[in-house]
Design a protein around this ligand. Sequence first.
Ligand code: ADP
Ligand code: ZN
Ligand code: ZN
Length: 728
Amino acid sequence: MTDIIRVAVAGPFTEALDYLPPANGPAPAVGVRVRVPLGRRERVGIVTAGPTASDLAADRLRPIIDVIDPTPLLDPATMALIEWAARYYHHPPGEAYLTALPTRLRRGEPATPGQSTAWHLTDAGRAAQPDARARRAPRQRQLLEALQRSGTLTPVQLAGIGGDARSVLRRLVEQGLAATDTAPDYGLLPGRADQPGAALNDEQQACAAAIRPTAGHAAILIDGVTGSGKTEVYLDAIARSLECGRQVLVIVPEIGLTPQLVQRFQSRLSGRIAILHSGLADGERLNAWLAARAGVADVVIGTRSAVFVPLARPGLIVIDEEHDASLKQQEGFRYSARDLAVLRAYRSDVPVVLGSATPSLESLANAAQGRYQHHALTRRAGHARPPSMQLLDMRGQPTREGLSQPLIDRVQSHLDAGGQALLFLNRRGFAPTLICHECGWLAECDRCDARYTYHRGRGRLHCHHCNREQRLPHHCPSCGSVDLRALGLGTERIEAALTEAFPQTPPVRIDRDSTRRRGSFEQAMQRAQTGETRLILGTQMLAKGHHLPAVTLVAIVDADQGLFGADFRAPERLAQQVIQVAGRAGRAERPGEVVIQTHHPEHPLLQQLLHGGYPAFARTALAEREAAGLPPMRAMALIRAEATDRHAPLAFLRAAVPLAPADDAVERLGPFPAPMERRAGRHRAQLMLLADSRSNLQAVLSGWLPALGRLPEARQVRWSVDVDPAES
Ligand code: ADP
Ligand code: ZN
Ligand code: ZN
């Protein structure tokens, strides 16, 4: 018997691997990173157990190369969460661990925060008379005065002073008036708490009262119409949590983490705020992560992967826009940050708050079953009134590039009244199709079962599924005609139509193309917010969380694209999108109006949204899911396979079927080709599993998946499992 250490290492391993302790030095503790040999390479891994006895012969094991962390990087609660997630989502634990770590730690770099230099006064500096150097050295005088006012100066403050501040300070140091010292610098934002919160209304108070930071676990769903003051309730609960000395984790969708949100948090909360999202530089991410772990950050605002960040003293978790699809990772480790956050809160015995104006059907079902407390905020806070909504029947209407005359008239009247109009179309580019008017040829991506989108501004065709681009052809490759026409609507086309219809009011377009440059999104939003631009158009980048007080008209340019989607979740997504976009209207004193252009005004989904709002839609949708035996009433998993070979994915899944453990409680559908069979040059197929209980589904997956990797057909494909898939 040998004592071994178990190490989770990235790779296709369903368990941690066994290693011998390092040749010299003590055995590493659980939770530290180590470097281990793997094949001929070296990898960074996390110690998950040991030393423990192994039945493997010592001569078949290799020793750990070295131990990276002097003390555990991950605490037991964080490790348990990651292990749980790896098991539940059937993902290799080593990969799950690495997903949870910032890049630098993944690469084995030290877990130490950035350092910063600060300048402070010496006794001589305190006694010095700035006036004495007024004429000879005005800059020295200025900095000496600044130091005497504030005691210390940090790099951030120096940036505010500007110019040659550093070299001037160096001269003060040489004269013995100032000295420097270095300190860890986590790059946290200071909460200023310099603005009072609104006095909560009755509904908000009832909701806030349910969130009790020290009373143990509770899951609270805040189902509040847009502008009802959900964020105010979060802020109230967060402030109370901070008063109890607890940390708060706030998880938001990628696009929801805006400078406005951060500023609002800073202006209302005291304590230090850490931001965690994928757009940060590696060093910034590491700092924020370490600050959360050390308990130096009081509030952590982050996107999806922040759900794994270690917290020294957790007190509350908030998930904003809990319905948002970006909370579920769509590739690799396909975890749901929302579901893991709820689990994490339960295990840490702290409250979790899920907020949305359009809660996911999953969360509404959890509320109906008593697992979540359901709190509705039915009224807009302050003076804002709910917007009026109406359908604009497009049938037979003359249109100008997709804008009907009644819509153009409506925009005009809002502009005349001094309002702002926002037009929403969830498709960027000029047109989704380019067609030859002579022979009917369509510009199709040769790697996907999809058409190219025509981007007029860039003069290119772009496939939104695989990112392939090509120059716009000037003649049809099939018949040679030059009569190539754009078919259908994209934001660029609406922009052109608006520019023509309203020459006095240039529109601002907000989508992923127009905001590629760093800071351009913020600039555009700024122009929209100050009212500098009165016509705003864009994709769902506009739909979330932004407060645009002067918008009085919201137009949904084309509701039809979502009405007949193949995915059973398409209606839910359309309803959420319509309600979220509509919520941008009339958020301040002026009443708002929402118009929806459609060729199907009688469609039940639109009728329901119009007359009963999201709650009416959700009730019907849940009943339909129940009748169809779909989530959230049943648990679902997809096994996906893809390959460059056309037949391999289906062949693999067909070979997999007979290996499944027999269990009548788990229904199997397929294998089928995926809805878009070919994507990025790969053919795709999938197999769907449905079960009344999660544990049955999990038992079948656990008994089945290990056998799949051993199938000879598995070598021809890439395959993966998606538990609780968000898209099919
Ligand atoms: P949500 O998060 O539900 O969209 P917010 O919390 O952003 O709503 O509130 C919408 C607007 O109403 C904000 O300008 C906010 O300051 C204001 N507000 C929120 N609660 C109140 C209140 N109780 N009294 C007055 N104004 C409020
Ligand atoms: Zn493509
Ligand atoms: Zn042609």
